[in-house]
Design a protein around this ligand. Structure first.
Ligand SMILES: *[C@@H]1O[C@H](CO)[C@@H](O)[C@H](O)[C@H]1NC(C)=O
Ligand SMILES: *[C@@H]1O[C@H](CO)[C@@H](O)[C@H](O)[C@H]1NC(C)=O
Length: 205
């Protein structure tokens, strides 16, 4: 096989990998419903249960019930912002609360989320019963410097101010670059959801 052909084939494979990420987010309408472009990099997102997000693979609320670890190609000298949203609140068919803000950590040095500034405390997936599959999307943005965030700090025991969020507007407001990496899963109601709703102090719906 000639070197030229090899280089050509490798090029095709890389192209199809990148196109694959793009297509999963385009196929599920994350682009353009909540962001204009898909990230080039697939972030590695792992839950305490061992489950991993895999570009639209279905997971259960039980599997994703704890705060995940996230890995991406990070620069230790840069700051990043992590955002998790559900564009399908209360359902994908009638998303009048789009987007629901699940988690925001800003000023993350490199990929050490534990050293970042929590703006919105992590709340796991709680899709209402009979509301179908929701898309749960996690994006990583790169900051141009350490930022001073003018945002309400939202605790994990209330749903106040979490609805009607826009990750697009948030990224614009703080001039964030990206999303540079991301991933998502789909999930629908299971028996763990009442626990999440109880934590938020909302009647089970
Ligand atoms: C969200 O926005 C919709 C209109 O798009 C409005 O009907 C609803 O009350 C808002 N919900 C909250 C909690 O602000
Ligand atoms: C909610 O936040 C508190 C305070 O940070 C923390 O101790 C607790 O583990 C959190 N609960 C859940 C279910 O994440």
């Amino acid at each position: 096989m000639s070197v030229t052909l090899l280089v050509f084939l490798c090029g095709l494979l890389i192209e199809s990998c990148i196109a694959g990420n793009e297509n999963a987010m385009v196929k599920e309408q994350i682009v353009p419903e909540i962001v204009d472009t898909a990230p080039n990099e697939v972030a590695e997102i792992t839950y305490p249960s061992g489950a991993k997000a895999n570009m639209g693979k279905i997971l259960t609320p039980t599997q994703v019930s704890g705060q995940p670890t996230i890995k991406w190609n990070s620069d230790p000298n840069s700051f990043y912002t992590i955002v998790m949203v559900d564009p399908d609140a209360p359902s994908r068919a009638n998303p009048f609360m789009r987007e629901w803000n699940h988690w925001i950590v800003g000023n993350v040095p490199g990929d050490d989320i534990s050293k970042g500034e929590v703006l919105t405390a992590f709340v796991s997936s709680g899709p209402p019963k009979d509301s179908g599959l929701h898309r749960y999307v996690i994006f990583i943005y790169k900051q141009d410097k350490e930022l001073s965030f003018d945002e309400p700090r939202l605790p994990n025991n209330s749903a106040d101010q979490r609805a009607n969020f826009s990750v697009r507007n948030f990224a614009k407001k703080y001039n964030l670059e990206g999303p540079i990496a991301g991933n998502f899963y789909l999930a629908e109601w299971d028996s763990h959801v009442p626990i999440v709703h109880k934590q938020l102090g909302i009647d089970n719906i």
